[in-house]
Structure formats: structure tokens, C-alpha cells
Design a protein around this ligand. Structure first.
Ligand code: HEC
Length: 270
């Protein structure tokens, strides 16, 4: 018997590896246990994002997990998710970066649809992970509340290009316009495709207005009707008039990642 044939594993492992059906059963068991460990907490952990925000419902589990400030006190969710009732800025037009996560304005919503249609997510993630190199490169790591109005979220899993979660305000609108039309005009080594035609495509007004209506009736974290009021939705078409898909996608990019004012020394839950 050569050294090659010696069984170094336990008898149990040897048996499992030689019997396909047993192997299958063991794998199914392992996956089931792993799945349960991941899924069960979702049923009892609080839906943190809802608590004391504009989205607050009657969730009895509210307040169990929180962001804790420097002095050990709980950071009110209003500071994270914009709540017109408690904020100094009452409408989407008055909202300024730092007021907290807000729903999309009509033009941004149209841009988001373009982003999805054109498959930008295939090359760009929107999720800064809590690792030092990512924080150094992109900024503060993403927190769950930042995705609260995203149906569907655009976290992505592929980074042919950089993460875009904090790209808002990083460049001027003009830079974005030139870059999108022909990326190599501003980044010579870029492999990103040209999207020049977006400048010739008028935004889809009817679809965007319809999307706003649907967002107010989503089963999870719908946009509050106090923010997307009937009057606001009625006025959306006027805001979209004469705009192109290029304008829309730029508005979407410029609104990314600057909603929450992250404070030094606070340990935000990721
Ligand atoms: C084939 C992959 C690919 C696709 C699809 C793609 N990009 Fe890119 N993108 C890149 C690469 C690579 C870079 C980095 C080089 C550069 O800046 O052009 C980049 C850079 C960017 C940047 C600059 C980011 C920064 O922080 O410097 C923005 C903004 C951007 N892309 C937006 C978009 C949008 C919007 C779409 C969809 C309309 C899109 N991209 C589609 C690959 C892609």
C-alpha cells in the first residue's frame, strides 16, 4: 500500500465521501442549518429603519437596535431618515444634504430607471463595505437605512468600475455629462461604454409618475403619503418636462450617498 492510498480522514468522512447519496444528505443538512441561522433572526430583529422616522408604524420591536452616539445616547432615527414632521425642512424641495435619507425626486427616479435599464449595476456596486480600504477610497460605509426607499436595491456584486454609493457631488454635472457621453474624454484609460444617446432620449414622464404612485403602496417601507402627496405627484410631470435621460441619470448620480451626515466617532450599525 503506497502512502497515496492511506486514509488520513476519519472513517465517517471517508464513508460520506464515498457514498453519493449520503454526501447529498449531509450537504442538504449543512445548507439547511446555515439557512436557518441566517433567516431566523430576520423574524425577530426589529426593522430598525422604521423606528421614530417618517416611516414609523406600530412596530413593537422598535428601539431594540440603535445607532449609539459618542456620549452613549441613542441617535434619533430622524437624524438618519428625514422626517418632515420633525425636520426644519418640510418639503422635498427644501431638503438639504444632511437632513437624512429622503425619497427620490421625480427626475432622480427617472434616472434610476435609466440606470437599471442600461445595466449600470452590472459594473457598479452601490454598497461601501465597512473595510478600511473602502472607507478610505469611497467614504463612510453604507448603512441599512440608506436603502430604505430603494425598491429594488442596487447594491450589486460586481465592480468593473468603482462603487457609486457616495458619488453624489464628487464631480460637476458637466463632468458627468462628458463622462457618460464618452468616458475616455475625461478618463483616458476607461473601459466604460459610451452612453451618448441618453442626451437624445426624453424621459418617460408617464412611467415615472406611475412609479411614484406605486412606491406609496409598497408592502415594505413605502414612501409616506405625507411626502409623496397627491399634489406632489401631480406636479411631477411639470418637473420632468423637457428633460432627457441624460439629465435624469445625472440627477440620480448627484443625489447618491450624501443624505446622512455621518459624525466622527459614532459607531453606526452597518
Ligand atoms: C462595462 C462596465 C461599465 C458599465 C456598464 C458602466 N460603467 Fe461606469 N465605470 C466603469 C469603469 C471601468 C469606470 C472607471 C473609469 C472611469 O471613470 O471611466 C467607471 C466610472 C464611472 C463613474 C465615475 C466614478 C468615480 O467615482 O470616479 C460614474 C459616475 C459611472 N461610471 C457611472 C455609470 C453609469 C451611470 C452607468 C450606466 C449608464 C455606467 N457607469 C455603466 C465601467 C462601467
Amino acid at each position: 500500500m503506497s502512502d497515496h492510498d492511506k486514509i488520513y480522514s476519519t472513517k465517517f468522512q471517508d464513508a460520506v465521501e464515498r457514498k453519493t447519496v449520503l454526501m447529498f444528505v449531509m450537504i442538504a443538512l449543512a445548507v439547511a442549518v446555515g439557512g436557518i441561522v441566517e433567516i431566523v433572526p430576520l423574524f425577530y430583529l426589529p426593522n430598525n429603519a422604521l423606528c421614530s422616522s417618517a416611516l414609523a408604524g406600530n412596530d413593537p420591536t422598535c428601539g431594540n437596535t440603535q445607532h449609539i452616539g459618542k456620549d452613549g445616547s441613542v441617535i434619533p432615527m430622524d437624524k438618519i431618515i428625514w422626517n418632515p414632521a420633525t425636520s426644519a425642512h418640510k418639503t422635498l424641495e427644501d431638503w438639504v444634504p444632511g437632513d437624512g435619507v429622503r425619497p427620490y425626486k421625480p427626475l432622480e427616479l427617472a434616472g434610476r430607471a435609466v440606470y437599471i435599464r442600461e445595466g449600470c449595476y452590472l459594473c457598479h456596486s452601490q454598497n461601501v463595505r465597512p473595510f478600511r480600504d473602502e472607507k478610505d477610497r469611497y467614504g463612510h460605509y453604507s448603512i441599512a437605512e440608506e436603502s430604505v426607499y430603494d425598491h429594488t436595491f442596487q447594491w450589486g456584486s460586481k465592480r468593473t468600475g468603482p462603487d457609486l454609493a457616495r458619488v453624489g457631488g464628487k464631480y460637476s454635472d458637466e463632468w458627468q455629462r462628458r463622462h457618460l457621453a464618452y468616458p475616455r474624454a475625461v478618463v483616458p484609460e476607461s473601459v466604460m461604454p459610451n452612453f451618448a444617446w441618453l442626451a437624445d432620449m426624453p424621459v418617460n414622464v408617464a412611467e415615472t409618475v406611475q412609479t411614484m404612485k406605486v412606491l406609496t403602496i409598497m408592502p415594505f417601507n413605502p414612501t409616506p403619503k405625507t411626502i409623496y402627496t397627491d399634489a406632489y405627484i401631480d406636479g411631477a410631470a411639470a418637473q420632468l418636462e423637457g428633460k432627457t435621460d441624460m439629465d435624469a441619470v445625472i440627477a440620480y448620480l448627484q443625489g447618491m450617498g450624501n443624505h446622512v451626515k455621518f459624525e466622527e466617532g459614532v459607531n453606526y450599525r452597518d
